[in-house]
Design a protein around this ligand. Structure first.
Ligand code: NAP
Length: 480
């Protein structure tokens, strides 16, 4: 029986675990560093946290949820959905908690992976699957003085729920996807809210709506209605993704929608100028909100279009040298997405270090397989993130592909599978060529490694990825 270890317990881990369990694998274990499952949907509990992909699509195709309370579900409901799917498919009992993986080493002699945890214990498995995602390590900006601040400060992904903003002066550093969701709530509480927006984002209206009891009954007794809604949303998102290619017609349509939203919601010309991006739409993630612009237009909110360059014991200093005295700082500064799997010391065949191989940015065949690292599979790996669309659709495609690799290992009586260097290099060239003509190469964004390579994103819509990964190509790997 093949033993399989999965690092993580979020959507990626669940996608693979369910797929493998359904195909008869029983020696499965999920290693979770915390005391609950759910990945980013366990961690990100900031006010207003939710998904900007509609829930009928941001869910497993085989687990539609007729009970969603609204089209864009909030964090608690998504987390509850993950728990429910894990329970239903018998994955919850397979999760081992407080198991933070710090190292993994390939043993040539036994063709197994030895995985070491933070408490110095270890386990050995035949197949190692990383499902740590791209956005699991909150990033504080390297600003001098961060540790000297004497008020309350925290990262958006580690929200301090004891903090009460009522009557306080609060600084928010960053204005990305997370900030856009919690700023409206914070703006209604704080005496003064100062938003440090180094660069503005394109913002689109969010077609959110509560589902009524009628909808929920309909989805339950006639599931096809929810399938039709899912299909409609998927089709729109696939078109939306077309707008992420350079100079595309869809990009122009997206920009018109975003600029009209700004015109409609912000009347003050000075604020409008601050919120108007000067880079091609899509280069940074396009955001969706109906409440963000009105929150910024409030009398108690200031938008400072400058980076924070230093933190003092009682405030922050912006790039113009102005000091802003505040009682609290919320860092909405994103995640360490560029250094894939950096927190785990992974040693493959011949003593090859993954960190060395990926020193100029991560790359992997289909985002999942790495030469010199036999029997290592990566979910939501390099070049599989989306500028638009549901990552869960991508994760299901990856899980199906990994299942095929395991099927072939078994059918052929092999013990190891390793992608060839040629297959991986030629795939990487193809992907990088496509990324060269994407909008992401025109501004600073978290999709790029400091070397300049775009390491996060898949260049396009989700259907081409599903097609590309539908049938495993045995010749791309060596089997032994
Ligand atoms: P983010 O989009 O990376 O935003 C980080 C923000 O911090 C940016 O506005 C950045 O400015 C700013 N920043 C960094 N250092 C700064 C400094 N020294 N001074 C001033 N500003 C600074 O992070 P995020 O909002 O947490 O989102 C990360 C990703 O998580 C998203 O792209 C998305 O994939 C995912 N997410 C998804 C959802 C969802 O609804 N599905 C919700 C939240 C997050 P610059 O833009 O100038 O770099």
């Amino acid at each position: 029986m093949t033993s399989i270890g999965i690092i993580g317990s979020g959507f990626g881990a669940l996608a693979v675990a369910v797929e493998l369990k359904r195909s008869g694998h029983t020696d499965l274990r999920l290693w979770e560093r915390a005391d609950d499952l759910g990945g980013v949907w366990r961690d990100n509990t900031y006010p207003g946290a939710g998904c900007d992909v509609p829930s009928p699509l941001y869910s497993f195709s085989y687990e539609p949820n007729p009970r969603w309370s609204r089209r864009y579900a909030l964090q608690e409901e998504i987390h509850a959905y993950i728990r429910k799917v894990a329970d239903k498919h018998g994955i919850s009992p397979l999760v081992q908690y407080h198991r933070e993986v710090v190292a993994a080493t390939w043993n040539e002699r036994t063709s197994t992976w030895t995985v070491t945890f933070a408490d110095d214990t270890a386990q050995t498995v035949d197949i190692l699957i990383s499902a740590v995602g791209q956005l699991s390590r909150p990033k504080l900006p390297p600003i001098p003085g961060v540790e000297t601040f004497t008020g309350t400060s925290f990262h958006s992904a580690e929200w301090d729920h004891d903090f009460d903003a009522t009557g306080k002066r609060v600084a928010v550093v960053g204005a990305g996807a997370s900030a856009v969701q919690f700023i409206p709530k914070l703006a209604g509480e704080a005496a003064r809210l100062t938003v440090f927006q180094r660069s503005p984002n394109y913002l689109m209206p969010k077609p959110d709506k509560p589902y009524t009891a009628f909808h929920r009954t309909l989805f339950r007794i006639a599931p096809v209605t929810q399938t039709v809604e899912r299909g409609g949303i998927w089709t729109i998102m696939e078109q939306f993704a077309q707008g992420l290619k350079d100079e595309s017609r869809m990009g122009k349509v997206n920009k018109r929608i975003a600029m009209r939203h700004l015109d409609k919601q912000v009347k003050n010309p000075e604020l409008k100028a601050k919120l108007t991006p000067d880079y091609p739409i899509g280069c940074k993630r396009i955001l969706f909100s109906n409440e963000f612009y009105p929150a910024l237009a409030r009398a108690n909110v200031d938008v400072v279009t400058s980076a924070v360059t230093a933190v003092t014991p009682d405030g922050v200093i912006d790039a113009e040298g102005t000091e802003h005295k505040v009682d609290a700082i919320v860092y909405a500064t994103g995640f360490d997405a560029q250094n894939f799997l950096e927190s785990i010391d992974i040693t493959g065949a011949g003593g090859q270090k993954l960190a060395t191989q990926w020193a100029d940015g991560a790359h992997a065949y289909l985002g999942m397989y790495v030469p010199h690292f036999p029997n290592l599979f990566v979910t939501y790996g390099p070049n599989t993130n989306l500028g638009g669309g549901s990552i869960i659709y991508m994760l299901e495609a990856q899980a199906r592909h990994m299942r095929q690799a395991l099927d072939r290992l078994k059918a052929g009586g092999y013990t190891t599978v390793e992608v060839t260097e040629q297959a991986e290099e030629s795939y990487d060239r193809e992907i990088q060529d496509k990324l060269d003509v994407s909008v992401w190469s025109h501004c600073d964004n978290w999709y790029r490694h400091p070397s300049g390579r775009i390491t996060s994103n898949w260049p396009g819509a989700t259907l081409p990825f599903a097609k590309r990964t539908k049938v495993l190509e045995p010749d791309a790997y060596s089997w032994s």
